[in-house]
Design a protein around this ligand. Structure first.
Ligand code: ASP
Length: 439
């Protein structure tokens, strides 16, 4: 049995958190491979180490002294080392890093050191070997991960043993350090789990799993005990941010369950994410909706012309215009002779008028409208598939509260129903759906 366990920044923030991590790791001998983030915030006004490292790099770039910021970084790690009475001596490496910074260091390499030093300390504290991520996590030149080589390398390095691995970065084919996008230690953990064919990938953070709705909108939302990869993808795409977006792909490919847990509440089972669940718990089977998420700031462009539906290639030509401007069209609800294109307003940027001009010229439509200030809210649930009446219930609930639905879309897998509402109705829509289906 092997559990790959990843601890996020808040779990690595100070010596007290390290003690919790060690207790968790020691309580289960299957927890042999540990992936760590850089030290996160200890309190709300505190700084994440990674942010400080980015700040250092910005100072270097503009030729401004970063001594005081670097001193803060060094102090965080030396405090942890001292408080835990660790033997590993980071001073020579910190000095070598400072020297390298004087002669030029890439941003990726500098910011990756947050994870590197975290892992050095944690390896010493747990008595596990340290495995540098640059020794196994290999990127291709196009910045995708070379899974085959990476997996093979990690298998060889870990064998049947234990390891502590820094998250967030790996090596390019020329050996230089490359990081993932922010929050990327989640991906390192998933890749390590996939490489080693782990039985489970535990992602330890500071919340007891995924909640059914955003707690800033719904008071005390219920936690989600079990969710499928597909459902999670739907929810996180549209706004629920618990894991880095790319985390699920490596574990899903190998059918490894992902368990989100809370370092500060280790007895809580958290959320389990799997491909499918064979038996539903009593709680699951009563509930049609697994979660609700949404995002503000969308625009809907609607183009209508008599005879559109019987003209081949129209949709492709319309989409091509958006594509040529690098605009991602997220949903395309359509009528018989009309098509709506739902895009993030931010992505539309300055291109809106060019796009409208090109649509006008190419199709001479009967009407061409833009609606801005739209929010997208998705109700997601594997139980909704092929079950009549759910969408009717959703629309009735929203209608009875005076919420005007501007757009409706349902994916072919029927695990989501998406509504577009005015931005001012956003929070109310989430609350109405939650109250009608969950409470
Ligand atoms: N330390 C990195 C960040 O703050 C990566 C991570 O924690 O996952 O983005």
């Amino acid at each position: 049995m092997l559990k790959v366990v990843k601890f996020g920044g808040s779990s690595m923030a100070d010596a007290v958190q390290y003690q919790k991590v060690r207790a968790i790791v020691r309580s289960d001998e299957a927890r042999r491979v540990v992936v760590v983030s850089a030290a996160g915030k200890r309190f709300s006004e505190d700084h994440k180490l990674t942010d400080l490292l980015y700040l250092c790099h910005a100072h270097l770039k503009y030729g401004v002294s970063c001594d005081s910021v670097f001193a803060m970084i060094t102090q965080r790690y030396l405090d942890i080392q001292k408080e835990l009475g660790l033997h590993v001596d980071l001073t020579p490496e910190l000095e070598a890093l400072r020297e390298k910074m004087r002669h030029g260091i890439s941003e990726d390499e500098l910011v990756s050191r947050g994870e590197y030093f975290s892992a050095k300390l944690m390896a010493d504290y747990l008595g596990y070997p340290f495995i540098d991520a640059s020794k196994w996590l290999k990127f291709n030149f196009d910045a995708t991960v070379n899974k085959e080589e990476s997996y093979q390398a990690l298998k060889l390095l870990v064998g049947d043993g234990c390891a502590v691995i820094p998250g967030f970065y790996g090596a390019m084919p020329d050996g230089s350090i490359k990081t993932f996008s922010r929050g990327g230690s989640d991906i390192t953990g998933a890749l390590a789990a996939a490489a080693l064919d782990a039985d489970v990938y535990e992602n330890w953070t500071d919340v007891s799993g995924i909640l059914m709705a955003d707690p800033r909108i719904v008071e005390n939302p219920k936690p989600i005990a079990r969710i499928t990869y597909t459902e999670l993808r739907e929810l996180s795409y549209i706004g629920a941010q618990v894991l880095h977006e790319a985390t699920i792909f490596p574990v899903r490919e190998k059918n490894i369950p992902l368990n989100i847990r809370n370092t500060n509440e280790p007895e809580n089972p958290g959320t389990v994410i799997c491909e499918a669940f064979e038996n539903d718990t009593a709680d699951d089977s009563q509930r049609f909706i697994t979660g609700i998420a949404g995002k503000k700031g969308y625009s809907i462009i609607t183009i209508a012309k008599n005879g559109f539906s019987s003209t081949a290639g129209v949709q492709r030509q319309i989409l091509e215009i958006f594509e040529n401007h690098g605009i991602n069209v997220e949903y395309t609800p359509n009528g018989i002779d009309s098509l709506s294109l739902v895009v993030q307003s931010q992505g539309l940027g300055d291109s809106l008028y060019s796009v409208l001009g090109e649509l006008q010229k190419a199709f001479e439509p009967d009407s061409l409208d833009v609606t801005e200030g739209i929010s997208i809210v998705a109700a997601v649930g594997r139980k909704m598939a092929f079950r009549p009446g759910i969408s009717g219930k959703i629309f009735a609930a929203l209608g009875s509260q005076g919420i005007n639905i501007r757009m409706i879309s349902q994916g072919p897998q029927e695990v989501n129903i998406i509504v577009g509402v005015d931005d001012r109705d956003f929070a109310k829509t989430v609350r109405v759906l939650y109250d009608s289906f969950v409470k």
